[in-house]
Ligand binder design. Structure first.
Ligand SMILES: Cc1cc2nc3c(=O)[nH]c(=O)nc-3n(C[C@H](O)[C@H](O)[C@H](O)COP(=O)(O)OP(=O)(O)OC[C@H]3O[C@@H](n4cnc5c(N)ncnc54)[C@H](O)[C@@H]3O)c2cc1C
Length: 507
């Protein structure tokens, strides 16, 4: 690609959209480059703020003329995966959410919304409450200001029956790399009036929506997303298991409950450090200066102090009132009670244990800040996530646990993980918090990630989402035909390669 002509690009955008559409101040460039990754901050060349789809087209066309790389973000809260920073320094961040942040429609009867990229979980939650609390949005347990579009495009997920955020997306408007506007799904009908754009997922022809998840083929400017009816009562249940190896039995107990969809939520199976890690700095960090993993004795003491297990299992039922839900809870209690070692924690008790309150909020469609406490488990602000998964087979899941725990320990990291279980598969949310200001610790976090990526790949396990620092690494793990297909699509939709070069490995 020829050298980018940044000044000419920013002049063209300023002339077309006004000076307030461009920001190149020192303070802004520093702020937008910041992230929590081991690889360091990635300072952009500037930030642009479109107010409409037409503005996005202007920006994309100017970028094509002047060969300038654009990195779109919706709200830029992708913490632990890159925040607002691009795959490499020197790209221009297109901050869509700053001005394109309107809820365009909420259809209360058909339970969907149509939104611009800046609409966050908190905004949607508050608007639904304002409208009478009849609908529920599936939220993450991450930042409440995270955007519904950015999260869905990065294949993020929550915990209610509408956990699959990309799966709940229905109908997108996209500005392609060549500046053309594409409507996906039923919106592809060449008409002004569209009746089923946000209600029918599978329309005529190929399903193009998937091309815009974890890719760099276009900039999504509008999306339909499905909401669910708000249940009058959310009643959670929790079970604390005492030993690390209990994971095998836990997975076996959960599988039938999810396979039949008896339990409507996903199961959160979080280890002691994941749950207790939200509540303050590791009590052992300073003693070893971050060189050693948190000890088994330390873990035991910490989890005992709050009444949690080596693993704590959480799920919830929905119903018209507490009495209607009670027999369902009883059945789950009987089921888990068979293990003989699970301590049952009822909803009312769990609501007073801060890390379990996070789970209750997530099952209830309430954004909350509690889990962000994980970022302070070690000082220095480093945080990256490794996101593989396991089939819902207890032996396999426990084997993966042993492999990953050992790799964390070999690198002096604290093994912090939550398995989010559906019927056949559990995503393993592996958190790494590290002191980003300590060179040795930063390197160990990086090596720990790479080692896990290699070891799990050898066992046939891939990641479902990746931090920007590791997009090239994971793209390199894919088969040649996959790479060729992705690159051919990139060439067709973004021939000058101006959108997010390097994102998910595609240049
Ligand atoms: C403690 C903690 C807990 C977390 N829990 C969860 C969780 O439960 N579930 C979960 O999914 N995540 C979780 N996360 C990860 C992350 O913070 C959230 O997923 C967050 O919502 C993502 O940021 P965003 O929504 O602002 O997306 P953005 O940062 O706006 O977007 C993410 C990426 O998608 C691409 N993109 C965004 N918008 C567009 C667009 N319009 N067109 C084209 N490409 C675009 C960009 O490359 C961007 O970098 C957690 C993080 C932390 C630190």
């Amino acid at each position: 690609m020829p050298a980018p002509q940044f000044d000419a690009f920013f002049n063209a955008v300023t002339a077309a959209l006004g000076p307030e559409a461009v920001n190149r101040s020192e303070e802004t460039l520093t702020r937008y480059g910041e992230n929590t990754m081991p690889g360091g901050d990635k300072r952009p060349a500037g930030v642009v703020y479109p107010t409409s789809t037409a503005d996005v087209q202007v920006i994309v066309r100017a970028a094509n003329v002047h060969k300038v790389p654009l990195y779109p973000v919706s709200t830029g809260n992708n913490i632990g995966l890159g925040s607002r920073s691009a795959n490499s320094a020197g790209q221009v961040v297109v901050d869509l959410g700053h001005k394109m942040n309107r809820i365009l429609e909420i259809d209360e009867r058909l339970a969907f919304c149509v939104i611009e990229p800046g609409v966050s979980y908190q905004t949607m939650h508050d608007e639904l409450v304002r409208r009478g609390d009849k609908l529920m949005v599936d939220v993450t347990s991450g930042p409440p200001q995270g955007g519904m579009i950015g999260n869905a495009l990065d294949k993020g997920a929550g915990y209610t029956p509408y956990f699959d955020h990309f799966g709940s997306a229905c109908g997108m408007e996209v500005v392609l790399g060549n500046g053309e506007i594409l409507r996906t799904g039923d919106g592809s009908l060449d008409q002004e009036t569209l009746s089923n754009w946000h209600t029918s997922k599978y329309s005529f022809g190929p399903i193009l929506d998937g091309l815009f998840a974890q890719s760099n083929f276009g900039i999504v400017t509008k999306m339909g997303l499905w909401l669910s009816p708000k249940p009058p009562v959310v009643q959670s249940f929790h079970f604390a298991f005492p030993e690390d190896d209990d994971l095998e039995e836990i997975i076996e107990l959960i599988r039938p409950m999810k396979m039949s969809n008896y339990v409507p939520t996903l199961f959160r199976v979080a280890n002691d450090v994941y749950l207790c890690g939200t509540e303050g700095e590791s009590p052992e960090y300073r003693a070893s200066n971050g060189k050693k993993s948190f000890s088994d004795e330390g873990r035991r003491a910490l989890r005992d102090s709050v009444g949690l297990g080596a693993w704590t299992v959480s799920g919830a039922f929905y119903g018209p009132n507490a009495a209607a839900v009670e027999p369902m809870i009883q059945r789950v209690r009987d089921h888990f009670g068979r293990s003989g070692k699970a301590r049952y924690i009822p909803h009312e008790e769990a609501a007073k244990i801060a890390p379990l309150e996070v789970a209750i909020n997530a099952f209830s469609g309430r954004p909350s800040l509690g889990e962000l406490g994980l970022l302070k488990w070690r000082p220095g602000g480093g945080n990256t996530w490794f996101l593989p998964g396991t089939p819902m087979d207890g032996k396999v899941a426990n084997e993966f646990q042993k492999v990953c725990r050992k790799i964390y320990e070999d690198h002096g990291m604290d093994y912090m993980v939550m398995n989010v279980c559906s019927a056949r598969f559990a995503r393993g949310l592996h958190v790494m918090t590290f002191n980003r200001e300590d060179e040795d610790e930063r390197k160990r976090a990086d090596q720990c990630y790479l080692k896990m990526a290699d070891e799990l790949a050898k066992r046939g396990v891939f990641v479902g989402r990746a931090p920007v620092d590791y997009h090239d690494k994971h793209f390199g793990q894919t088969m040649p035909a996959f790479q060729q297909a992705c690159n051919a699509i990139k060439q067709a939709l973004d021939p000058n390669g101006i959108i997010a070069p390097g994102r998910y490995g595609m240049k």
